[in-house]
Design a binder for this molecule. Structure first.
Ligand code: ATP
Length: 287
């Protein structure tokens, strides 16, 4: 395995009875990278992640995570990867601090529990019992447990589902902090703004296959796509697509003799290209 790859997966296959969940998934994640899996419900993201975490057996294909096959790797490998589970549900009478300290003991070189609690924004709740936490706060605690072992790679499967907007932004800072510290992250999310804000590269998964892997700004040819210039003119709202938006705006400025009313210049958003890739048309039909 090339040493700069923390995940190397080729041709992953998995079926559940007659359902083909993975039909040849290829993924290569570099050390220190935030890599996001995007895809509609049932696309195969969780199955992929669980195979890479070592929780699910694959039917075929090749997988290496931190240089080892997740199906055969032992306890020392498990301590090097962080998994975010709802792990504290059976210990709800513990306080946040007690719970994080408890889980820290499972690892050979844990982080300081107090620092981890601060990183996930739970310092004010450190002395509170887990059962008294809100849903979002519990999710933060799950993340704290996933990172207390100072893993080299963290798997985050829809980590911010149910978070309020402020908590999501705070969580993004946690992820950025981990990435700055050199931790690799595999993130699945349904929030395209989350992938855009955090991911170095994204892979779009559909029907058990990777459709494209690219940095969010390049996905689906976004960078080369024409811009849509829109403005309000004598004939109402008008739009034009162009590869030279600056020239068009200058022309409009001249023709209006100054400020162009309600001017906008837009490129296709990540959501636009994503929906196209998964075969969603404006009429709401899946191809
Ligand atoms: P979501 O965005 O809804 O979480 P996903 O991309 O994570 O979806 P998976 O959970 O990997 O998708 O599911 C892929 C396919 O495999 C789906 O058709 C799902 O119904 C099926 N599947 C997943 N787990 C099982 C299971 N334990 N038994 C049977 N079928 C399963």
């Amino acid at each position: 395995m090339a040493s700069d790859l923390v995940i190397e997966a080729e041709g992953l296959r998995k079926s559940y009875r007659r359902t083909v969940a993975l039909d040849g998934v290829d993924l290569h994640v570099k050390r220190g990278e935030v890599f996001s899996l995007l895809g509609p419900n049932g696309a195969g993201k969780t199955t992929t992640v669980e195979i890479l975490e070592g929780y699910r057996r694959r039917d075929g294909g090749h997988a290496r995570v931190l240089g080892e096959d997740p199906e055969r790797a032992g306890a020392s490998w498990r301590a090097r990867r962080g998994v975010v589970l709802q792990s504290c549900d059976d210990v709800v009478e513990l306080t946040v601090s007690e719970c994080v300290r408890h889980f820290a003991r499972f690892y050979p070189r844990p982080a300081d529990p107090g620092e981890v609690i601060e990183r996930v924004g739970l310092s004010e709740k450190a002395g509170s019992r887990i059962r008294s936490l809100s849903g979002g706060q519990r999710r933060r605690l799950d993340v704290a447990l996933g990172i207390v072992g100072q893993p080299e790679i963290v798997f985050l499967d829809e980590p911010t589902t149910g978070f309020d907007p402020e908590a999501r932004r705070q969580f993004w800072d946690v992820v950025r902090g981990l990435a700055r510290g050199g931790t690799s992250i595999l993130l699945t999310t349904h929030y395209l703004d989350e992938a855009e804000a955090l991911a170095d590269r994204v892979a779009v998964v559909n029907h058990g296959r990777v459709v494209e892997t690219a940095p969010p700004a390049d996905l689906g040819g976004r960078r080369e796509a024409p811009a849509t210039v829109s403005w309000s003119g004598p004939r109402g709202r008008q739009s034009e697509q162009t590869h030279q938006p600056t020239a068009l705006v200058k022309k409009l400025e001249e023709s209006f003799g100054g400020e162009v009313p309600d001017l906008t210049v837009a490129r296709p958003t990540l959501e636009d290209v994503y929906l196209k890739m998964i075969g969603y048309s404006a009429k709401g039909e899946q191809k």
